[in-house]
Design a protein around this ligand. Structure first.
Ligand SMILES: Cc1ncc(COP(=O)(O)O)c(C=O)c1O
Length: 470
């Protein structure tokens, strides 16, 4: 086991070790990653503002709003600005959180408590389109709720309204729409859902984590963005991540509520202990104010004009991708309206494509044969991808030719009689990432989803997150 160091190391040594650790990392600002990075292509002076404020406020905490008035000011400013962008009005309130998952957790907690005040002694249920982010399943898990999956239309890849309506029950506490969803970048019919929510007096949360700071600007550019935000009367809450298309450093998201009565359940207070009264509007308590200040700085550094320019660059790349990919034999999933394009193929096996696309990061989505989800490749577009998209498409064309000739042989699933033997077959060793990504990709598509989940849990618990040995 790696020991706690007795003596301090020199600065140089520390940096050197960190450099060695990061030798095999992807490089977020290289332009080679179609995912996990949004701020690629941001103007230099805006990056400087963000980094400066991040460092200036890094030691201030958001724990106690009475200690640092600036922190409260930043938060209230950000909520007001986000609200003005997302159809809010004088009644709208909101909370700053450290990410999409936390915003969703906070909204779901509010929805649960709102529901339980009116209907006691039932397990509140979320009707969740299968394309919605698993943060809702996680929230439901933490909050003792139940998730009922709702089908999507396989062509449009958006929520199947009839299926949703057929699943509405007494204990339905929340319905969810994505604007857009992560897997395919398509937008649910939020207007129709809003009408259902109003009619049935239901909580509708719109997850616009990956669209909230992009869709309004794409609309300004003339894109056909349907209504998706608080301007629809039936929308109760909406989440939007500043650390995605808000281009802020990680640790920045907002959740907005139609009015303060809906926010009540998100506020945690406790004064029955000998310490200071705890007042939290988020899951986390002590948090650095760095990400908050940086996000505030970026919004001011870009302004609507800046966001529109970046949105235009994303749009140009998206148009190129959606035009060119079908020519190579790929099928775009649904009609992407934000910054995501996903594609599948009925012709060849996508499991190996990430390996063949050497030097690029593309995200494989295994889907599930049993659940009827196709294998797909997901691309999240950043503004700076406009500089590399032609090269990317050339490389993809080459990789596609290689892919055509390939056949993948799977070890028979019945050979695996326990989770450990699956892990071994995948070449998983303690402290190392799996050695055969293609096989893993393939198995994740083929195996029953519960088995995939159990294997992943085992691998994480027994192999991946283990104390360093040296
Ligand atoms: C639509 C959507 N919702 C929620 C999340 C969760 O956000 P985070 O990873 O910041 O917790 C994501 C992340 O990609 C997302 O795309």
């Amino acid at each position: 086991m790696k020991a706690f160091p007795d003596k301090p190391l020199s600065k140089q040594d520390i940096y050197e070790i960190a450099k060695t650790y990061s030798r095999n990392d992807n490089e977020p600002l290289s332009g080679r990653m179609w995912g996990h990075i949004y701020s690629l292509g941001l103007p230099e002076d805006v990056i400087e503002v963000s980094m400066t404020l991040y460092n200036q406020f890094i030691n201030k905490t958001m724990l106690d709003f009475t200690v640092y008035p600036s922190v409260l000011r930043f938060e209230n400013d950000i909520i007001a600005m986000a609200s003005s962008l997302l159809g809010g009005n004088e009644e709208t309130v909101g909370n700053f959180t450290f990410g999409g998952t936390e915003s969703i957790m906070v909204a779901t907690k509010s929805a649960r408590d709102y529901f339980l005040k009116r209907h006691s002694s039932v397990i509140p249920e979320i009707l969740l389109p299968v394309t919605a982010h698993p943060a809702f399943n996680k929230a439901s898990d933490y909050l003792g709720m139940k998730v009922t999956p709702v089908k999507i239309d396989p062509e449009r890849t958006t929520v199947d309204l009839e299926d949703l309506k057929s699943k509405l029950k007494e204990n339905t506490a929340m319905i969810v729409a994505s604007a857009p969803n992560y897997p395919f970048g398509t937008i649910d019919d939020v207007k129709a859902l809003s009408e259902i929510a109003q009619d049935k007096k239901l909580w509708l949360h719109v997850d616009s984590c990956i669209g909230g700071f992009l869709l309004p600007f794409l609309r300004d550019l003339g894109e056909p963005i349907p209504p998706f935000d608080l301007s629809l009367e039936g929308v109760t809450s909406i989440s939007a991540d500043l650390h995605k298309y808000g281009y802020a450093p990680r640790g920045a998201s907002v959740v907005l509520f139609r009015n303060s009565s809906y926010r009540e359940g998100s506020i945690f207070v406790m004064s029955r202990w000998p310490g200071y009264p705890i007042v939290n509007t988020s899951v986390l308590s002590t948090r650095s104010a760095g990400p908050l200040a940086a996000a505030w700085g970026i919004i001011h550094g870009l302004g609507k004009d800046g966001y529109r320019k970046l949105a235009n660059r994303i749009l140009n790349t998206r148009i190129k991708l959606t035009n060119e990919l079908p020519k190579m034999g790929y099928r775009i999933l649904g009609k992407p309206l934000g910054g995501i394009v996903s594609f599948t193929s009925e012709e060849f096996n996508l499991a190996e494509l990430p390996t063949l696309m050497k030097g690029w990061f593309i995200q494989y989505q295994p889907g599930s044969r049993i659940l009827g989800f196709p294998k797909s490749i997901h691309l999240t577009i950043a503004p700076g991808h406009d500089k590399v998209v032609d090269e990317f498409l050339r490389d993809l064309e080459r990789a596609t030719i290689e892919l055509r000739g390939k056949r993948l042989t799977l070890p028979p699933l019945q050979d695996f009689n326990d989770l450990q033997s699956i892990a071994r077959a995948l070449g998983i060793e303690e402290g190392k990432l799996p050695s055969n990504p293609t096989l893993i990709n393939e198995l994740m598509h083929e195996m029953p989803p519960e088995l995939v989940e159990n294997v992943l849990k085992l691998v994480i618990n027994e192999y991946v997150f283990r104390p360093s040995r040296s």
